[in-house]
Design a protein around this ligand. Structure first.
Ligand code: PLP
Length: 1007
């Protein structure tokens, strides 16, 4: 029976035996000991521990000694230090006092990042290093939780279910066969052996700041320290092996492992997990009510099930185990007879211009044609390339896997491809035996594949031949490991696309120094974070072709070279480009490809783009690309000649607008469109005075900056110029008329008032400029009736009304082509930019014939590039795709769906104060309620809310890490904007909100 001491008795014990007078006593959890946190009057804290009756004094002495030993070391984390002497209480209980270690449990930390896992490993490494010179006569040598003695507990298997027992026995059999014989020769030492989530403490920044509980320390193989650490750090991860590898890397940095240790580490990790599950099952049998004893069992089982399919050899190399480099000797025979043939380098890297648009390879039939065309265009018999190449080819949804940092794809190609005619013979380079012959019937795989095993100069290695013809395999029969081959034997032929996995005819040739436990197959592409390891196992196979000169070379380790390239670009950019140019994200992205709603960086990682409303119909939409390419090949010149494109485009564009808006001026950007519109207002009214809206943005030119409160009242701005009157942002959520039943009227009244005042002073306004949903303002939809009222006032005064549709136009709002339609108004001038050319610089000013006539006052309007045949071809293609792909309906449906999901998210996370927008122009605002009264515009505390600026930034950065590009905006940068390419679909919405939900649960979002 557990004895329960009263706070008074604890008070007494602490004071009597240690001279510490508690001001506060708090009971703590403990498996065996009774533990109390004592705080004295000065705030000093201690842990008071009372053992179970009859506790082993020598064990407690040992624990005290280990803590004393660590206290004398310089460690980057705290450990408890014994204070005073151990006291023997009646009943044989032992009383002791230790210094308190502050911090919260790692268990409570969210998220567990890559750097945390790295630090977790380093912490275990530091403990190994610090304990390497410690010894004690009472050191325990037998202990249940020791991974090295896992199989001594096989008898506990009787408490497991049949399925569980099968799994456990599978691992224990392997443990006894492969690990046990090596364990006896490993170096031993005293290990802490308990670095789990509840024994590690972290500081406010999430760094490991403390290690507690030395009750499990024992003499064991040193590597068991790391095995225990990995067993815990690998839990709850989609990719446990990757997570463990990060821990191992950290450990090795401070305490390098020996080769033999690495070779048993994986089995020791599993050994520890088996102890966890088997003991939990035994406990369940004995104490079915005690939930505490089951805490780790479920995640340990989940982890064991995941690890079943991992070949231990793979784990060994991912943990840093050595891979013997191939001492290459020239093969007696080339694999493909390339002598005298016309060869070319085939570049299929992510940013490859040869590879071109994703449409060239997403459909394998088209890819076959594309490859054939490249070879033909270059008069080449064979194209060679691909070793170590980062490719975008395998980044579709079908290949996506859930990684520890969001979705991930295998992108680094491990073999060398020889692209050439089907039927090309393939020869064995060296003597060897057939290791396996296999056919994977699934499209996109290797199809028919042969793997040979060779032994040359005492060195064993393997060669893989993929995408062969089916009849190539006939001579080997269907079973694996049949037959000898001799160098120069024709072993196979290139398969045609109908038999080789669906690919353009080619040979995938790969060399492996180790099969890592694979049979009949071997990965041909690696995840970016594992690429370096895989490339070590799979050396450059080009030399097998006896080629000179070397047409393709993979020079650097991909990760390092990418990193170096990125920082070089960043540095150059800083020096050479305008100093005011910003770059997105704390870790800027090096993006080299776009397709649909996705962008790709140089590691081949695919990001879901929720930011880019310029790539309106999808990044590099093939129809737009083709329209541009075809027209550019024939004619691109200014609009002083007659040409069909400009007229057809003008006609098609105005057909999307109300009848009065019928005259088009083509320009090259949104800024230029607004600049022109402002000139039209001046011509019309004789004044430059304008009404504009708070936090509005209309462009980067002189006149447009003058109507952009976002700029002139933002950083580096000089305030409103005299000709601009700023009207309050019509924000129903936090604005001046929060809670009003008639916000449209209320906000419009400011325009009317400004006009009355101006007229009183004999001043005039040339017009009013406003977006139909405010973008930089933070995705602010205009309240009902707002534009109607303002337009009426402005027109009565004689001014013109400009609707800036640069962000929201061309069907993005779903229900209409143009945002102003939702307000039931017809502007005098509509300005269009971003989406109109799908990335091609194209803008337009559409106005009434009256405005156009007034503007044509004799001064010629000439625009060198505006309306050129290529731009117009791009614009026509965009309008056509919006129609033919039903993108407006799609934006309406998908946007409504996403908005519903966001509203549900807001119910879970009160930090989301408002969800708003229309179609695929949405946003949500992060705020905390504050008792402060509604304050002035531009205040962080507007409308009784505090803008959650840090959280918005954190969310944006975290989402980027997880593979989702998002942006922030609004006066305080606390609004997350969502305005993706219009092909963004429901699945994207589900995934996006799923990940948002995950990040909203992280510590920094819950301060
Ligand atoms: C509403 C609005 N108008 C005009 C512009 C200026 O367009 P551009 O950058 O194409 O000159 C922008 C650009 O962000 C904008 O958001």
């Amino acid at each position: 029976m557990r004895h329960h001491y009263t706070p008074e008795s604890i008070h007494q014990l602490a004071a009597d035996h240690f001279g510490v007078v508690p001001a506060e006593v708090k009971t703590l959890a403990g498996e065996v000991d009774l533990n109390y946190r004592i705080t004295d009057a000065e705030g000093h804290r201690y842990t008071l521990k009372i053992s179970a009756p009859g506790a082993d004094r020598s064990a407690i002495d040992f624990e005290a000694a280990i803590m004393q030993h660590l206290a004398a070391k310089e460690l980057p984390f705290q450990t408890p230090t014994p204070i005073g002497e151990i006291v023997e209480l009646p009943e044989g209980r032992l009383l002791r006092l230790q210094s308190w270690v502050s911090g919260r449990m790692l268990d409570e930390l969210n998220p567990r990042t890559k750097s945390l896992r790295h630090e977790w490993g380093r912490t275990a490494g530091r403990l190994s290093a610090a304990l390497s010179d410690f010894s004690h006569p009472a050191t325990p040598t037998v202990y249940k939780w020791n991974p090295a003695s896992s199989s001594d507990y096989r008898h506990l298997a009787k408490f497991l279910s049949e399925e569980e027992r099968e799994l456990a026995n599978f691992f224990w059999d392997r443990f006894e066969r492969d690990a046990l014989p090596k364990i006896k020769d490993l170096r031993n030492g005293i290990n802490y052996q308990d670095a789990h989530e509840q024994n590690l403490l972290v500081d406010d920044e999430g760094h490991i700041s403390g290690v507690i509980d030395f009750g499990d320390a024992m003499y064991a193989p040193t590597v068991c320290e790391l095995a225990v650490t990995c067993a815990y750090a690998g839990m709850h991860l989609p990719d446990p092996l990757g997570g463990m590898a990060e821990v191992v890397r950290g450990y090795q940095e401070v305490f390098p492992l020996e080769e033999e240790e690495i070779s048993v580490l994986f089995d020791l990790i599993i050994g520890r997990l088996l102890l966890t599950v088997a003991t939990a099952a035994e406990n369940l049998h004995r104490e079915p009510e005690n939930a505490y004893l089951q805490v780790s069992a479920a995640p340990a089982w989940a982890l064991l099930r995941k690890l079943r399919t991992v070949p231990p050899e793979l784990a060994r190399v991912l943990f840093g185990g050595s891979v013997s480099p191939l001492k290459f000797t020239k093969p007696p025979h080339s694999i493909v007879a390339l002598a005298g043939k016309q060869l070319m380098t085939m570049d299929f890297s992510v940013g490859s211009l040869d590879l071109g648009n994703n449409a060239n390879f997403e459909d394998l039939g088209r890819f076959t044609k594309h490859v054939r065309r490249i070879l033909e265009d270059n008069d080449a018999d064979f194209g060679i390339g691909g070793y170590g190449e980062v490719r975008p080819i395998y980044t579709t949804d079908a290949y996506a896997q859930e990684g520890n940092y969001g979705p991930r794809w295998r992108t680094t190609h491990l073999g060398l491809d020889v692209w050439g005619p089907a039927g090309t013979p393939v020869y064995a380079p060296f003597d060897g035996v057939v290791h396996s012959v296999a056919i994977d019937p699934n499209p996109g795989t290797y199809g028919p594949t042969i793997i040979l095993e060779h032994e040359v100069n005492g060195q064993r290695f393997y060669t893989l031949y993929g995408h062969l013809s089916e009849d190539s395999l006939d001579k080997f029969g269907s079973s694996s490991t049949t037959g000898q081959v001799q160098a120069g034997d024709e072993i196979a032929r290139f398969g045609a696309d109908y038999e080789n996995g669906g690919w353009p005819p080619h040979l995938h040739f790969q060399v492996m120094t180790d099969m890592l436990g694979y049979v009949g197959d071997f990965p041909g592409v690696a995840f970016p974070e594992e690429a370096e390891t895989w490339l070590k196992v799979c050396p450059d196979p080009l030399a097998f072709f006896n080629l000179s000169p070397y047409p393709f070379r993979f020079a650097n380790s991909p990760i390092d070279s990418r990193r170096a390239k990125r920082s070089a670009l960043l540095q150059k950019r800083k020096n050479q480009l305008g100093y005011g140019l910003s770059v997105s994200y704390a870790h800027p992205l090096h993006i080299v490809r776009g397709s649909k709603q996705y962008l790709y960086d140089t590691s081949g990682r695919r990001y879901l783009d929720t930011v880019n409303n310029v790539a309106h119909v999808g990044h590099e939409h093939p129809a737009v690309v083709e329209a541009i390419q075809r027209q550019a090949a024939v004619l691109n010149t200014n609009s002083r000649y007659l040409h069909e494109n400009i007229l057809a485009f003008a006609e098609e564009l105005t057909a999307t607008m109300p009848p009065g808006l019928s005259v088009v001026h083509f320009v090259n950007s949104g800024s230029e469109a607004n600049e022109l519109a402002l000139r039209m207002c001046e011509n019309w009214s004789g004044t430059r005075n304008m009404l504009a809206v708070e936090v509005g943005y209309h462009g980067n030119t002189g006149r447009t900056i003058d109507v952009s409160d976002y700029k002139f009242n933002g950083k580096g701005g000089q305030g409103a110029p005299p000709q601009t009157t700023v009207l309050p942002m019509p924000d129903v959520f936090r604005g001046l008329h929060q809670g009003s039943a008639t916000p449209g009227k209320d906000y419009a009244a400011y325009a009317a008032r400004a006009i009355v005042e101006a007229e009183g002073e004999g001043k005039k306004y040339g017009g009013f400029i406003c977006e139909s949903i405010m973008s930089c303002g933070g995705q602010i939809p205009l309240p009902k009736g707002y534009l109607k009222e303002v337009y009426a006032s402005v027109r009565a005064h004689g001014g013109l009304c400009i609707s800036d549709e640069v962000q929201v136009g061309v069907g993005r709002v779903g229900a209409h082509w143009w945002g102003f339609e939702g307000q039931g108004v017809v502007p005098d001038i509509v300005t269009i930019g971003k989406p109109l050319g799908n990335g091609h610089p194209l803008g337009a000013v559409v106005c009434t014939p009256e405005v156009a006539a007034n503007f044509a006052n004799g001064m010629e309007y000439f625009n060198t590039f505006g309306g050129n045949p290529v731009s117009c071809a791009a614009g026509r293609a965009v309008l056509d795709v919006v129609r033919s792909e039903g993108l407006m309906e799609h934006a309406h449906e998908t946007g409504s769906y996403l908005k519903t999901l966001l509203h549900q998210l807001a119910e879970q996370h009160p930090l989301i104060g408002d969800v708003r927008g229309e179609g695929l122009f949405l946003g949500f605002e992060l705020v905390r309620s504050t008792p402060a009264p509604a304050a002035a515009p531009h205040s962080l505390h507007r409308g009784g809310y505090h803008s959650a600026v840090k959280e918005a930034k954190y969310l944006k950065e975290r989402m980027r890490e997880l593979g989702f590009l998002m942006s922030t905006d609004g006066p305080d940068e606390n609004v997350i904007k969502i305005k993706p390419p219009m092909c963004f679909d429901r699945k994207n919405a589900d995934q996006l909100v799923g990940y948002l939900d995950r990040v909203f649960q992280e510590d920094k979002m819950r301060r």
